[in-house]
Design a protein around this ligand. Structure first.
Ligand code: NAP
Length: 307
């Protein structure tokens, strides 16, 4: 029987791991399908307290992981695929093996949302991506576009100007959702061109099956057009990774886990932290704070079994 399993290695999971490991719990941390979470696919993080000049997202994550390992957290490149509450513990399916654990911290984060257009899944890696930092450098001196109007879209558009000849930022409204500083950076960059009130309706490919253009519709006028781009970067938000918990843990209509008291879920011994349960703040530092709280709540819960 494990004392604690933590699902996810983003800011929330790793902070929970640091706290639990320092409390001598030696948690087993499952890396999952997207190790490092969203910070591992970002560039400079300028708003994580303590780093005057900012810190590289992947570096911040690597530091947190090493910090947790230093105190005895154990990491496994495995994924939680199923979950069953039991009396006094929960059972989790890790890859193909069922493991019992007294406590479970769900910090599985959220994954990129897609537009839902035809052939979308097939085009990923062929001129369609949700990660500018991963794929931006493949598109040098060619036009690309970013879809979305939030901080991610603004940040990605600015980042892509390092490589692309032109970056179109396509947003469905006439106002960006992004924070002022991020929006301004994108809007004032001469390589970025905003296309307002517009949504993509189709991806167009060349004979090799690679992206060559995107079909657009102006939502105000209904006007249709075609825009030549070699890559479409989709940055329209994220969806919580809660599929294995459906029907077993309480969640809202969009799949975010619901917490009652602190980080407790409706199942005793199961706690939730970070973007998997946060539809409001979604910041690296709030995720880290929630990871800390979940570890403290779980530690207190574990004490019942030891006294
Ligand atoms: P977000 O804030 O939810 O923005 C998503 C954007 O995509 C919105 O502009 C939305 O349009 C648009 N959108 C959603 N569904 C769409 C669809 N089907 N078709 C076309 N457009 C669609 O997501 P995010 O930008 O990923 O940011 C998530 C959180 O992370 C935020 O809290 C953000 O502050 C934070 N973040 C922070 C940083 C940073 O500080 N360094 C960087 C990245 C993200 P509407 O505006 O019309 O709703």
């Amino acid at each position: 029987m494990e004392k604690m399993i933590i699902v996810g290695t983003g800011c929330a999971g790793l902070t929970a791991a640091i706290y639990a490991a320092r409390a001598n719990i030696s948690p087993l941390v499952l890396e999952g399908r997207e190790p490092g979470g969203q910070l591992s696919t970002t560039t400079l993080v300028e708003n994580f307290p303590g780093f005057v000049d900012g810190i590289d997202g992947p570096m911040l994550i690597m530091n947190m992981k090493q910090q947790a390992e230093r105190f005895g957290a154990r990491f496994s490149f495995a994924t939680l695929t199923d979950f069953e509450p039991k009396s006094g513990c929960v059972s989790v399916k890790v890859d193909d093996e069922w493991i019992d654990t007294r406590t479970l911290i769900v910090a599985s984060g959220a994954s990129a949302r897609w537009l839902g257009l035809e052939n979308e899944k097939k085009l990923v890696g062929h001129g369609l991506t949700s990660c500018a930092t991963c794929d931006g450098a493949f598109y040098r001196n060619v036009p690309v576009c970013v879809v979305g109007g939030g901080d991610s879209a603004a940040e990605e558009a600015t980042f892509l100007t390092r490589f692309a000849s032109k970056v179109y930022l396509i947003h469905r409204r006439d106002e960006l959702r992004a924070s002022k500083i991020m929006a301004e950076r994108a809007l004032t960059n001469p390589k970025v061109e905003l296309i307002w009130n517009t949504v993509p309706t189709d991806y167009l490919t060349d004979e090799q099956g690679e992206m060559r253009a995107v079909k657009l519709r102006n939502v105000k006028t209904g006007e249709q057009s075609e825009l030549d781009v070699k890559c479409v970067f989709v940055a329209i938000g994220h969806e919580p990774n809660t599929a294995p918990f459906r029907g077993k843990l309480d969640m809202d209509d969009e799949g975010y886990l619901l917490r009652t008291n602190g980080t407790h879920t409706n199942v005793p011994g199961v706690f939730a932290a970070g973007d998997v349960a946060d539809r409001v703040y979604k910041q690296a530092i709030t995720a880290a704070g929630q990871g800390c709280a979940a570890a403290l709540d779980a530690e207190k819960y574990l004490a019942h079994f030891e006294s």
